[in-house]
Write a protein that binds this ligand. Structure first.
Ligand SMILES: *Cc1c(COP(=O)(O)O)cnc(C)c1O
Length: 422
């Protein structure tokens, strides 16, 4: 394997002689075949080939292959959003009557998905304080537990996930560890190297990087032995009658999990990205390694500036030496975490909001992790549907400002913060 920077540029679409160097956009719903017999084999998953873009599309597949190579996985699938990726990642192995464990500090959208919508589907999620010691966390496992879920760097509290602690626990109980690696990206952290089994992404963030397209991705390491825990995962280890009696784990080996997600979940729920969006995503991925470096450099400079400012109440950024997550960040992300940090202005909620309204370079946006510096006040924006109790449980202080540091010249970002702080 080449170095990750080279993979950003070259993996995925690999043109043969005379083919376009840039990834072609196969903007087509369907693909043509000469015989009905061959088409039948495609539907039986006996032959491989494209037939309908809801199931597979060459542009989408090339981009999935690039992300797969960046994470060091065995197979990957693009989805239309990060929400779809996280839903499919869990639902692929945890159905009605099942239970899974998730860190309570995860992104608000995922928290709602797991705690409200999936609950209506008969799936129970226990949210846990991810800083608890392993002995405490162990108590939350049940006989019907199917997975453990966390975020490498939580959105918006930017705390760092302890991969080894959770991987050990999950594997002891015969279930896979699923990690949302959106904020770190594979440039800064590759969860499979630390024991995670499945990785998800909201590609909407750094991977696209330009606030152009909503998208998601699921990558499977291929390392989890479904057959060893066959009773827990009948969807993978017993015949699928809706696909001519195929047993995914037997027929597809390391690609079983992604094949099932494609053949069942994409077929039936259909959250595919458009090939056009995947093309934009691929353009973003080509410079991901350059941008992540700049985001981290800028964010560290901004974090240091804020930390030294008398009007700032507190700053959370794991790359700061005195941050409580610094040792975990150094272990899992020695090259830096990401461009997102959290802080509060002295004077509480109202002072934070007044400060935000005075900014000129940085914009108020319900977004994060793109080239332009932006910020948001979760308690009045993304998390406004949560009760104060739920806010406290997910660690979101009412005065918390989430700042996503872009790739502008950092002196301009700092000058803007300075004038707004007054
Ligand atoms: C944004 C985000 C999501 C949701 O992704 P969408 O692409 O907006 O659907 C999931 N996880 C994390 C960590 C995110 O930041």
């Amino acid at each position: 394997m080449t170095n990750i920077e080279t993979r950003c540029v070259h993996e995925g679409w690999k043109p043969a002689q005379g083919e376009p160097r840039q990834l072609p956009i196969y903007q087509s719903t369907t693909f043509k075949y000469d015989t009905s017999d061959y088409m039948g084999k495609l539907f039986d998953l006996e032959a491989s080939g494209y037939f309908y873009t809801r199931l597979q599309n060459p542009t989408n597949d090339a981009v999935a292959a690039k992300i797969c190579a960046l994470e060091g996985g065995a197979a990957a699938l693009l989805t239309s959003s990060g929400q779809a990726a996280n839903f499919y990642a869990v639902f692929n192995i945890c159905e009605s009557g099942g239970h899974f464990i998730a860190s309570s500090s995860i992104y608000g959208g995922t928290y709602n998905l797991f705690g409200t919508t999936m609950k209506k589907m008969g799936i129970e999620c226990t949210f846990v304080d991810q800083t608890l010691p392993a002995e405490e966390l162990e108590k939350y496992f049940k006989p019907n537990t199917k997975a453990v879920f966390g975020e490498t760097i939580t959105n918006p509290t930017v705390s760092i996930f302890d991969f080894e602690k959770f991987a050990k626990l999950a594997h002891k109980h015969g279930v896979p560890l699923i990690v949302d690696n959106t904020f770190a990206t594979p440039i800064n952290c590759r969860p499979f190297e630390w024991g995670a089994d499945i990785v998800t992404h909201s590609t909407t963030k750094y991977m696209d990087g330009h606030a152009a397209c909503v998208g998601g991705c699921i990558v499977d390491s291929g390392n989890f032995d479904w057959m060893k825990y066959a009773d827990k995962f009948p969807g993978l280890t017993t015949p699928d009658e809706s696909y001519h009696g195929i047993t995914y784990a037997e027929k597809f080996g390391k690609e079983a999990y992604i094949t099932k997600a494609t053949a069942q979940l994409m077929r039936d729920l259909g959250s595919i990205p458009s090939p056009q969006n995947s093309f934009y995503l691929n353009m973003g991925l080509e410079t991901l390694h350059l941008r992540m470096k700049k985001h981290c450099e800028n964010a560290l400079a901004v974090a240091k500036y804020l930390k030294s400012h008398e009007k700032i109440a507190w700053v959370h950024y794991a790359d700061l030496k005195d941050d409580k997550y610094h040792s975990l960040a150094e272990k899992y992300m020695p090259d830096g975490t990401c461009g997102v940090l959290a802080f509060a202005v002295k004077g509480g909620r109202d002072a934070s909001i007044a400060f935000m309204d005075r900014l000129k370079v940085a914009s108020i946006a319900t977004h994060v992790a793109d080239s332009k510096t932006c910020l948001l006040h979760p308690a009045s924006h993304t998390h406004r549907q949560l009760t104060d109790e739920q806010l406290a449980e997910s660690g979101v202080a009412p005065d918390l400002i989430r700042l996503s540091v872009g790739i502008e010249d950092v002196s301009d970002i700092i000058a803007d913060l300075k004038q707004a702080l007054g």
